[in-house]
Design a protein around this ligand. Sequence first.
Ligand code: CO
Length: 137
Amino acid sequence: VRIDHVGIAVENLEEAIRMYEETAGLVVTHREEVATQKVRVAFLGHAGDPEGAAEIELLEPTGKEGAIASFLAKRGPGMHHIAFHADSVGTEMDRLKSSGRPPLDAAPRPGARGHHVCFLHPKHCGGVLLELVGAPK
Ligand code: CO
């Protein structure tokens, strides 16, 4: 199994980046605003990580709306999701639909870093929000 990243909801992206730099020696590998999900994200890893190594995704809401804003309002900052790599998100989604664990989205949606992603509701996954991440387009 390959974990693509662990997603963490934060209230202040810059403060959170500094904390991971200072505690775990991570560096920012990518920054992006994902308008469709109303978040600003930063991916962090170690400078010498091989291609495809798991990263940390910090997610800061851009306003009061969206899944991350409501997560923070309800539960405060902390772990939000685990993302696994998938060769084809569309194929995995078809498989999941027929296995009784339908994804939250009807079709793969654009995620950060030009990837196709889909999310699985925690109610189908033992209380953990799962994300599947495909290869970049
Ligand atoms: Co993610």
